[in-house]
Design a protein around this ligand. Structure first.
Ligand code: DGL
Length: 275
């Protein structure tokens, strides 16, 4: 197998990274994907950055063992916790990470107020502070953590009255403050985008960075000469540290049909084994 034919490794705390995966599949249909959702440990958001960093290192190691040619951290929280140290630890491996799309929101705003929703851990990170400092000099950026929302989404409550009530509670104060752009700073949140858009109405632009991340991945594959140019017969592989059947059901609800899901196992020494 040539370097270009090796799979793209992708991970998230659960099903959130599937929103990024869908964008990658659309932009790079020739590529074979290897996805790990850490359902056993979801949500990452309330955990310490150190703990999420340790998970991210073990997952990266397991994906590289499976032959991944590049690692996409399809999770804002894990990117905030580990992207920089992973790049230092694996200088030869290309990494693509998520960051809240504050820049396009700032470019879009006319009211001068934009909102970001993300996990508590993402807001606590140095990465988030750097982005706001760099891109949002003359714009007010309102930050809103959404505790409990990732769990709600993992439970499959994509569009229930309870999910809508939770979201309304977080979004209404930002609407009252006149935001005209909202950044989805967690890869789970695009799954409830229809509810978010229903609450916000047409005057607030909702920004999901997934398509931009897929383009960034494409640039990196081209830069390193490892973009796959021929359709492979290799199927994508999906792994979860939770229940494979429930994960598969969620994938199908998100439009990813016809795949198998296997279980990855966390060992007592903190390493991850993928079958
Ligand atoms: N999907 C993740 C993110 O982008 C993680 C959310 C969580 O597990 O709390 O931040």
């Amino acid at each position: 197998m040539t370097a270009a034919q090796r799979p793209i490794g992708i991970f998230d705390s659960g099903i959130g990274g599937l929103t990024v995966t869908a964008a990658i599949k659309q932009a790079l249909p020739m590529e074979c994907l290897l996805y790990f959702g850490d359902t056993l440990h979801v949500p990452y958001g309330p955990r310490s950055l150190e703990e999420v960093r340790a998970f991210s290192f073990a997952i990266t190691e397991a994906l590289l063992d499976q032959g991944a040619k590049v690692i996409v951290i399809a999770c804002n929280t894990a990117s905030a916790a580990a992207l920089r140290s992973l790049r230092e630890a694996y200088p030869d491996v290309p990494f693509v990470g998520m960051e809240p799309a504050v820049k396009p929101a700032v470019e879009h705003t006319r009211s001068g107020v934009v909102g970001v929703i993300a996990t508590v851990a993402t807001f606590q990170s140095a990465l988030y502070a750097t982005i706001v400092e760099r891109f949002a000099k003359d714009v007010t950026v309102l930050r809103q953590p959404c505790p409990g929302l990732v769990k709600q989404i993992e439970n499959g409550d994509f569009d229930t009255p309870e999910t809508e009530t939770m979201l309304r509670g977080w979004l209404q104060p930002m609407m009252d403050a006149n935001i005209d752009a909202l950044v989805l700073g967690c890869t789970h949140y695009p799954i409830v985008r229809p509810v978010i858009e229903r609450i916000l109405g047409p005057t607030v632009r909702v920004i999901d960075p997934a398509p931009a991340i897929a383009r960034q991945l494409q640039r990196i594959l081209d830069r390193d000469g490892i973009r796959n140019s021929q359709l492979t017969n290799e199927p994508d592989l999906y792994f979860t540290s939770g229940d494979p059947t429930s994960f598969l059901r969620m994938m199908e609800r998100l439009g990813l049909d016809g795949f198998d899901v296997a279980q990855g196992k966390w060992e007592n020494d903190g390493t991850l084994t993928l079958p």
